[in-house]
Design a protein around this ligand. Structure first.
Ligand code: AMP
Length: 306
């Protein structure tokens, strides 16, 4: 195989041992060349899109992609169009060197790290929006968020041309938005959902967790606690309304948490459900921590299968 080297030798591995080649690409021609080179040997490509500040949750997506494909391509891009709050965008953690080392140690073959000016050049005006799914539930708390996500993911799919892409179930509504977009636009890519990876105390791993004070970090376990209680209640035959009350009660019992949303909906379609749902359901919750002027918004999710 011809090795296209875009600076891949410059990054020491996190554990100081492996020296695997990983192609580091900062432009569309570079990543397209890299993918063509990977494909030249007949290999399939799995894609993991991220905003960096990588943790074990992201790495679980990489290992699922590795298990299914010859090559994994990852992207690191903090997408400005999915942020409603400019402070949230500015304070989004950036840890590029350790991200690259983690990806290489996990066996990624190439990484694409574009500039915003390449993804959104002057004159760009096309957006992708799942009109219903983007503007309900969490989309009402963050107007424009899912339009920004669908638009950037569509661009990344078109740039990279992977066989499959891996998304976390943690961002449950996002996963359904991507599935819908791919189906509606006949995109030739398979979408896989990957279960949420958690800290030992149950908090869902998130790049935003580092912004929590130690007190808020401890308080944030209330999200998982609330979901676990709701899941147990569902097993014992609780209605959707009772699950909602239980979640509200659990989060409101934590003085440091400000409950933002409890959404219980039909799995996949996210259609409303009441009473005793006949099929699978998704529960999506969010709560804020920290200062009102620049809070940390955490989300969590549970899918309850019949
Ligand atoms: P982000 O960098 O936050 O945009 O996330 C990139 C991808 O990683 C998305 O598909 C997320 O759903 C996924 N992800 C983030 N956190 C987790 C987690 N704790 N477990 C599994 N996947 C995750």
């Amino acid at each position: 195989m011809t090795v296209v080297n875009f600076g891949s030798e410059d990054y020491p591995s996190a554990n100081g041992t492996m020296r695997a080649i990983m192609l580091i690409c900062r432009s569309i021609p570079q990543i397209r060349d890299a993918v063509a080179t990977l494909r030249a040997s007949g290999g399939s490509v799995g894609l993991v899109t991220t905003m960096g500040a990588l943790h074990a949750g992201h790495m679980s997506l990489v290992s699922h992609a590795r298990a299914d494909h010859d090559h994994v391509v990852a992207t690191i891009f903090v997408n400005p169009t999915q942020f409603g709050n400019p402070d949230d965008l500015l304070t989004y953690p950036k840890t590029e060197d350790s991200d690259l080392a983690m990806l290489r140690d996990a066996g990624a073959s190439a990484v694409y790290l574009p500039d915003a000016s390449e993804i959104y050049p002057d004159g760009a005006e096309t957006i992708v929006e799942t009109t219903r799914l983007a503007n309900m539930l969490h989309g009402l708390v963050r107007p424009g968020h899912f339009r920004g996500v669908a638009t950037v993911v569509c661009k990344l799919f078109n740039i990279i041309g992977a066989d499959a892409a891996y998304f976390g179930e943690k961002d449950y509504q996002q996963l359904q938005v991507i599935r819908r977009m791919v189906a509606d636009l006949f995109m030739p890519i398979t979408i896989h959902g990957v279960p949420t990876v958690r800290e030992p105390d149950g908090l869902a791993m998130s790049s935003r967790n580092v912004r929590l004070t130690p007190q808020d970090r401890a308080a944030a376990v209330c999200l998982n606690k609330a979901l676990t209680r709701a899941q147990e209640a569902a097993r014992n035959g609780a209605t959707v309304e009772a699950m909602r009350d239980l979640i509200a009660e659990t989060i409101n019992a934590e003085p440091r948490a400000r409950l933002r949303a409890i959404d219980i909906a039909e799995a996949l379609t996210l259609a409303p459900v009441t009473g005793h749902p006949a099929g699978d359901i998704g529960i999506m919750i969010s709560a804020e921590f920290g200062p009102d002027e620049n809070p940390v918004l955490l989300i969590d999710q549970r899918e309850i299968r019949k």
